[in-house]
Write a protein that binds this ligand. Structure first.
Ligand code: SAM
Length: 232
């Protein structure tokens, strides 16, 4: 069935062309993020059992999906980008992981038809949607979980004081340049200028209105947030 004319067209999102970037993106993430630490943080919260299935939306190069697959029966790994999925699928083959299903789809269009889900995870992807559509995406995620199901959401979410945004962003971006080089700092500027990252209080409100209780929220550098939530 075609999407209604008023629905946000997900592939039009501003930001990087992920199709062309998979390998570089994967390398940069290993360099600039504590990818393994982030995975452990989420897996500890999920406490997956071998009979459970989970969904990851915006799986990218699949690092989380592949780690989670070793703890549960099946991972449905959804992403809009064919290039990212191809790259993730190759990693799965190289690592001998066979229980991840890679699916090209989006937050607003993916229809889950597999086994009931224990949890949904999304990292650094929801900011690709404008706020209204983030709310719709969160409602759709809640709709796919039973009571007690888990949501782990990590994203670029602003918890700095917007009154002082100029000073904060200048300092944050200049520190990033010192730590990781001007190209990386440029990507942060691009993100702030073009992408749909929202403020923490708005994100918390949207999570709550979608029917989740936030059990733990962790903020880092005023710029990133992780919400570990349960469907009520
Ligand atoms: C910044 S990457 C994050 C990848 C990975 N989750 C990580 O933490 O490194 C964002 C990913 O979200 C995907 N994406 C963007 N908009 C999306 C949407 N509406 N639905 C599903 N995936 C989307 C992109 O193709 C890209 O692979």
């Amino acid at each position: 069935m075609p999407a209604p004319a008023w629905q946000y067209h997900e592939p039009d999102h501003p930001g990087a062309d992920f199709d062309a970037l998979a390998e570089i993106y994967d390398r940069n993430m290993q360099k600039f993020r504590d990818v393994q630490g982030e995975i452990v943080e989420i897996l500890d919260f999920l406490a997956l059992r071998p009979d459970q299935s989970i969904l990851e939306i915006g799986t990218g190069t699949g690092e989380f999906a592949l780690a989670a697959a070793r703890r549960c029966a099946r991972v449905y790994a959804v992403d809009l980008s064919a290039g990212m999925l191809r790259y993730a699928e190759k990693k799965a083959q190289a690592r001998g992981v066979a229980n991840v299903e890679f699916l090209q789809d989006g937050f607003l269009t993916y229809r889950h038809e597999g086994a009931p889900l224990h949890a949904i995870v999304s990292q650094i992807a929801l900011h690709h949607l404008p706020d209204f559509w983030k709310q719709i995406a969160l409602l759709r995620m809640a709709g796919r979980l039973a009571k007690g199901g888990k949501l782990c959401l990590r994203d670029v979410v602003y918890s700095f004081d917007p009154v002082k945004h100029g000073k904060f962003l200048d300092e944050f971006i200049s520190e990033a340049s010192e730590r990781a080089g001007p190209q990386f700092a440029g990507r942060i500027s691009d993100h702030v200028r073009n992408e749909y990252s929202t403020m923490d209080w708005i994100m918390q409100g949207m999570i709550e209105r979608a029917g989740f209780e936030t059990e733990r929220a962790k903020h880092s550098h005023g710029f990133f947030a992780l919400y570990l939530c349960t469907k009520i």
